[in-house]
Design a protein around this ligand. Structure first.
Ligand code: SF4
Ligand code: MG
Length: 332
């Protein structure tokens, strides 16, 4: 069992505007833990920094500051060379993440070999087929010999999930795993991930812009805006009682997040909410990065803002809650 620890994570990118180079803080002081069997959702619009967090956890990007570690059940830190056996990623686009020239078997056998999981060729083949069965790809022996273009989008994403599990992963980072799939099959893929999680006690980081599936599939939600986690708490708490003005904006723009309303409604209305658009410059100081859009902005909001508790285990990075009192939700 592996727990992932993300501490004070920072990522700066250097950007050129005309002749000037400047620094863009894509991820600003993000911390959270992800325990076995738990799902944390990282929610935000594109450009919020959530994919950059994912890429740093997957070690595809190096942090500017902070630390990402994984620990075993006894609390000892997983050494760097073993980290990738434990932490695996499922990407947004299953087409781009699979090589068109290779068979499904090759895709899954490769991480098995890389991580030393297999023995003979026959054992490898058997292991590949077992993994395909686990992600409901039947008949496994037939699927194993196909190439990505011979599979549907949903089947490709199942192959990507099988590949992520191949080295015995304990932490799965799923970055918008269903947003490029047909609406009708999204829930099937998310339910598959949830079942694998239960069976293997996986820790899952679910990255999405969709509040409804975030609520349904996760225990805790972290809302990101311009690189910062602006609100965090238990999934139901954050969705039913959003406190940060940004989360309220997202929640009011999202379709009915009530899963009992049915699968069609849950997923058909799913869409990205992008009120800023990419490239909108945040205020150039350490104050609240939402204040150029916030309907409740005050003078104090240009000063650095920290997390304030709004309910047990529920925090908002907002000056409205600085005096410890909860503000009445204007939406209710
Ligand atoms: Fe709005 Fe101020 Fe809260 Fe930022 S800190 S969200 S500007 S009220
Ligand atoms: Mg992204």
């Amino acid at each position: 069992m592996t727990t992932l620890h993300v501490r004070d994570l920072v990522k700066d990118f250097s950007v050129r505007t005309g002749l000037r180079r400047s620094r863009l803080r894509a991820v600003d002081d993000v911390s959270f833990s992800l325990a076995p069997g738990r799902t944390v959702a990282l929610v935000g619009e594109s450009g919020s920094g959530k994919s950059t967090v994912a890429r740093m956890i997957a070690r595809l990007e190096r942090p500017t500051g902070g630390r990402i570690t994984a620990t075993a059940a006894d609390g000892t830190e997983i050494p760097d060379r073993r980290y990738r056996d434990h932490v695996q990623m499922v990407f947004q686009d299953p087409f781009a993440s699979l090589n068109p020239f290779h068979t499904v078997e090759h895709h899954i056998a490769r991480p098995l070999k890389l991580h030393g999981v297999t023995g003979t060729a026959a054992e490898t083949r058997e292991r590949v087929e077992q993994l395909l069965e686990r992600v409901n790809l039947h008949p496994a022996a037939d699927i194993a010999q196909r190439r990505p273009h011979e599979l549907s989008g949903g089947q490709r994403q199942r192959v990507a999930i099988a590949r992520a599990l191949a080295p015995g992963a304990r932490v799965v980072v799923a970055d918008e795993p269903v947003s490029m799939l047909d609406v009708s099959i999204r829930l099937g893929v998310l339910n598959l991930l949830a079942r694998l999680q239960r069976e293997d006690d996986l820790a899952v980081l679910y990255i999405t812009h969709d509040l409804a599936t975030a609520r349904h599939f996760s225990d805790e939600i972290l809302v990101m805006y311009r690189g910062r986690v602006v609100e965090r708490g238990a999934a139901d708490e954050v969705i039913l009682h959003p406190r940060h003005p940004y989360t309220r904006l997202l929640a009011s723009a999202a379709p009915n997040p009530d899963v009992s309303a049915g699968r069609t409604e849950l997923l058909s209305g799913t869409r990205a909410v992008e009120p800023t658009g990419p490239g909108a410059a945040p205020p150039a100081d350490s104050g609240c990065t939402f204040r150029d859009r916030c309907p409740q902005a005050m003078d104090v909001c240009s000063r650095p803002v920290r997390d304030h508790a709004v309910a047990p285990g529920h925090f908002a990075k907002c000056w409205l809650y600085a005096d410890g009192t909860d503000r009445v939700d204007p939406a209710r």
